[in-house]
Design a protein around this ligand. Structure first.
Ligand SMILES: Nc1nc2c(c(=O)[nH]1)N[C@H]1C(S)=C(S)[C@@H](COP(=O)(O)OP(=O)(O)OC[C@H]3O[C@@H](n4cnc5c(=O)[nH]c(N)nc54)[C@H](O)[C@@H]3O)O[C@H]1N2
Ligand SMILES: Nc1nc2c(c(=O)[nH]1)N[C@H]1C(S)=C(S)[C@@H](COP(=O)(O)OP(=O)(O)OC[C@H]3O[C@@H](n4cnc5c(=O)[nH]c(N)nc54)[C@H](O)[C@@H]3O)O[C@H]1N2
Ligand code: SF4
Ligand SMILES: [Mo]
Length: 756
């Protein structure tokens, strides 16, 4: 009998509610859940493709063990015995630092991984932890932590109420939004216009979002900090600074005024490629709007001045009175509890980075990890602390991070590698043992990260839709089994016992806070109250119950528990974001730090580079609705239509370089070279090319039938591990200097060459 089931899509930050019709273990159909008040029935093609992901014959369902250049299926016991023997031998001989960990993006979308990765890290005790965060949002985490006290104190554009939205280096119409969980984002943007508001896009490409916006400006890649500083300059010069309610909580106003002084619109116009008059007008418009928010993402983050370009939008929010007010940029207060809602209110320890440094290049640690830009060199360089074994969790660093050629050689040179993955792909092919995850439909799901980044307060939980198949196991158990093996309990540790231990620790940490509803309570009593739940569900129940709306284990009877969410399959809507200043602040001064030292220092670098020569042709990326970084190209539903991995180039550049539409072009950077078909289009700025990332399939040994038939070119073969945003160590993926040439000269060009 067909049955309807509701669950949250785990694929991207939009977190759409979906309606599944299933018959036994079979998915009959998937569509948007009209009754989900947050996502409003929206679904994108990737959500529909969950059916193919679930049924994909290439998706791994048993551990794989490598033998030479081939792999064979292995039992879980064999896989763990192998790991126990080889990994522990390396730790014994070379110490804990010889093990590196890379945590990929789906770890944030997979509840079991999100909740248990920390236990593994703790058990390993290595500082050599890397993640996709340093090819993504690290600049925003650093700027937020410096200004507001924690790395997740990220102001979110209040999309449903704003009257003016400036989008900088983001394309939510294709990406569905990031650090701004807003399902059905296209409609939400249209509603801004319908209520008389305005949308402005700053992007070197005329993206889909630019197409629907009221105004679009090209910008030279990597120059957003200049543009934003010039806006700040105008706010001061024109007497438009009005911080409103939060003024008394702000420190560093005079410093910011001084810092912005040299960056007049005239001084930066040429650098940015935006006319001074436009910059001036945009600053005035934003300041005079009834409310305004800036949404800056990947283009503003993965670039030379990423931290500055993520700090300045919040400076502008503060200066224009838009921080912490409806329609501006606001802090969330998620139901499962956030770091900036715990402990003492309005003050905190603040943020320190660089507590340790990388061995080879001496780059600073940031949020207990190192920039992924140093991963290859830390594997290659011999000596004390060299990484000899890697554990790669839900990541594809040889396609999604930097200098793929070098990264591949580094991975191939490891003594031992484990991948937790659902595919045998470009990265996991280097592993000695691959431990497979489940189908997303076999996992329970609660979006911890994205509830914290959402434009509305809500809470939604999806129990596993299908049972764990015979012979498979959820990834949180895999993690705990690894923890057991690393802590000397052997390859077959008692996972339940470890899970109890991890849970008890979590309770003890919470109960120690004198502001917690369970302060001073007995751990055993709380454990008992959580019965019979286990694993991620037990943790989520605990977090909800100790969160701002929770029942506090009896302290607030009748309030939220996981059972409430189980009884509401379309989710619980809590309401719009509410002002949280000053309570949300966790800086040591209890103030908003408008001019943190680290960023003041980096402004000197910005000033110095103002007169630097133009780098010539530069590469930026882009996203397509039917891709998801590097890993969803194996779903046939997403692979139809014309090839998407093209190099977009402006007609003037194409003519100058003698490249025709559809022709294969060669693109080279300091670190690599690719060949990719040209797409000649006015939608990209002169001097800029765009190639999407996540392609370059067809590597030997991979098991990706569909993706390998549509390989595309790997843009990250060009990504240079030496180009960094200095304060955060984040990689530069937008604005990589390249040279572009035709692979085969066109006949017209040949004739001309002959005529000469
Ligand atoms: N040039 C360029 N490069 C970029 C970007 C860009 O804009 N331009 N964007 C960057 C960004 S924002 C990000 S977040 C990174 C992403 O970087 P990564 O996280 O390293 O890479 P992904 O491509 O997301 O690959 C995810 C891996 O997780 C596996 N996987 C999927 N679901 C599961 C699961 O449930 N369990 C397990 N164990 N594995 C699973 C997939 O098979 C795949 O191998 O890429 C970055 N790279
Ligand atoms: N369909 C789909 N959705 C996704 C993903 C996916 O791969 N596919 N990935 C997910 C992930 S992990 C993330 S982090 C988010 C990212 O979400 P977004 O940040 O919205 O990502 P993009 O679509 O890459 O948009 C970046 C834009 O920045 C522009 N840009 C490049 N360089 C510059 C610059 O120097 N300055 C300015 N102002 N603009 C610049 C590019 O032209 C591009 O239009 O998307 C998520 N959603
Ligand atoms: S927009 Fe994101 S969350 Fe919504 S259906 Fe598509 S992939 Fe899933
Ligand atoms: Mo990302």
């Amino acid at each position: 009998m067909p049955q309807a089931r509701y669950r949250i899509c785990p694929l991207c930050e939009a977190t759409c509610g979906l309606e599944f019709v299933i018959d036994g273990r079979k998915v009959l159909s998937i569509r948007g859940d009209e009754k989900d008040g947050f996502s409003e029935g929206y679904i994108c093609p990737k959500g529909v493709a969950l059916k193919e992901l679930d049924a994909d014959p290439d998706r791994l369902r048993t551990p794989m063990v490598r033998e030479g250049e081939t792999w064979r299926e292995a039992s879980w016991d064999e896989a763990f015995v192998t790991i126990d023997r080889r990994l522990n031998a390396i730790i014994k001989e070379h110490g804990r630092n010889s093990v590196g960990v890379y945590v990929g993006n789906p770890s944030v979308h997979n509840t079991g991984l999100a909740l248990y990765t920390q236990a593994l890290r703790k058990a390993l005790g290595t500082p050599n932890v890397f993640s996709a965060g340093t090819v993504d949002q690290m600049p925003k985490q650093v700027s937020s932590a410096l200004m507001f006290g924690t790395g997740l104190s990220i102001p979110i554009p209040d999309l449903d109420r704003t009257q003016y939205l400036m989008v900088i280096g983001a394309n939510p119409l294709e990406s569905n939004g990031s650090l701004m969980t807003a399902p059905n984002v296209g409609e939400r943007l249209k509603r801004i216009q319908k209520r008389g508001g305005k949308i402005v896009v700053i992007d070197p490409r005329f993206s889909k979002t630019a197409e629907m916006a009221d105004e679009h400006h090209d910008i030279r890649p990597g120059t957003d900090a200049y543009f934003l500083f010039a806006m700040v300059n105008v706010l001061f010069a024109d007497g438009l600074v009005d911080m409103g309610q939060i003024a008394e909580h702000v420190r560093g106003l005079d410093e910011v005024r001084e810092l912005a002084a040299p960056f007049t619109p005239e001084a930066v116009a040429e650098k940015c490629g935006i006319a001074a008059a436009d910059i001036r007008r945009l600053a005035r418009e934003l300041a005079n709007a009834e409310s305004a928010a800036i949404h800056a993402r990947i283009g503003a983050s993965t670039q030379e001045f990423g931290t500055l370009a993520n700090w300045l939008p919040d400076v502008i929010h503060v200066l224009t009175g838009n921080l912490d007010r409806p329609g501006g940029a606001m802090f969330t207060n998620p139901a499962h509890g956030a770091g900036n809602a715990k402990g003492k209110s309005g003050i905190g320890k603040g943020f320190r980075m660089g507590r340790t440094k990388t061995r080879v290049r001496g780059l600073a640690e940031v949020f207990s990890e190192f920039p992924v830009a140093v991963l290859a060199e830390e594997i290659e360089a011999p000596g004390e602390g060299q990484i000899r074994a890697m554990i790669c969790i839900a990541g594809n660093p040889v396609r999604s991070t930097l200098n793929s050629g070098r990264m591949e050689r580094a991975f191939a040179s490891l003594d031992f590698m484990i991948s937790l993955d659902i595919y045998l792909n470009e990265t996991s092919r280097f592993a000695d043992v691959i431990l497979p995850g489940l189908s997303p439909l076999e996992n329970c799901h609660y979006d911890m990260a994205f509830a914290q980044l959402a434009i509305q307060e809500h809470a939604r939980f999806s129990p596993a839709m299908f049972d764990v198949p015979e012979g498979q196991q959820p990834e949180w158990k895999t993690m705990l089994r690894l923890v057991g093996l690393i802590t000397g309990m052997g390859p077959n540790a008692d996972v339940d016992l470890l899970d109890d231990y991890v849970m008890q620790q979590m309770i003890e940490r919470e109960a120690a806070l004198d502001t917690s509803p369970i302060h001073g309570r007995n751990t055993a009593d709380i454990m008992k109250a959580l019965e019979p739940r286990r694993g991620p569900e037990r943790m989520i129940d605990f977090m909800l119950r100790t969160g701002p709306l929770g029942d506090g284990f009896g302290a607030r009877p009748g309030e939220l528990t996981l059972a409430t969410l189980e009884a509401n399959p379309h989710g619980v809507r809590i309401g719009p974001l509410e002002p949280r200043i000053p309570d949300v602040l966790r800086t040591p001064t209890g103030k908003i730090e408008l001019a943190p030292e680290l960023l003041v220092a980096d402004t000197a670098r910005l000033r110095e580079k103002l007169g630097a020569p133009d780098p010539g042709m530069v590469l930026v990326g882009r996203r397509h609705l039917r891709s998801n970084n590097s890993w969803m190209h194996n779903a046939p539903l997403l692979m139809g239509g014309k090839a998407r991995c093209t190099m977009q180039i402006h007609p003037d550049d194409a003519a100058r370089l003698d490249i025709e539409d559809g022709q294969l072009a060669s693109v080279a950077s300091r670190v690599g070279r690719i060949e990719v078909a040209a797409e000649v289009t006015e939608d990209i700025m002169r001097g800029v090319i765009s190639v999407p990332h996540g392609w370059g399939h067809g590597a030997p040994g991979t098991r990706l039938g569909v993706a390998n038939a549509h390989p595309g070119a790997n843009s990250n073969a060009l990504a240079d591990e030496e180009l960094l945003d200095v304060p955060s160590g984040n990689a530069v993926l937008c604005g990589i200097p390249v040279t572009v040439a035709p692979v085969v000269r066109s006949s017209a060009a040949r004739e001309m060459a002959v005529a000469k």
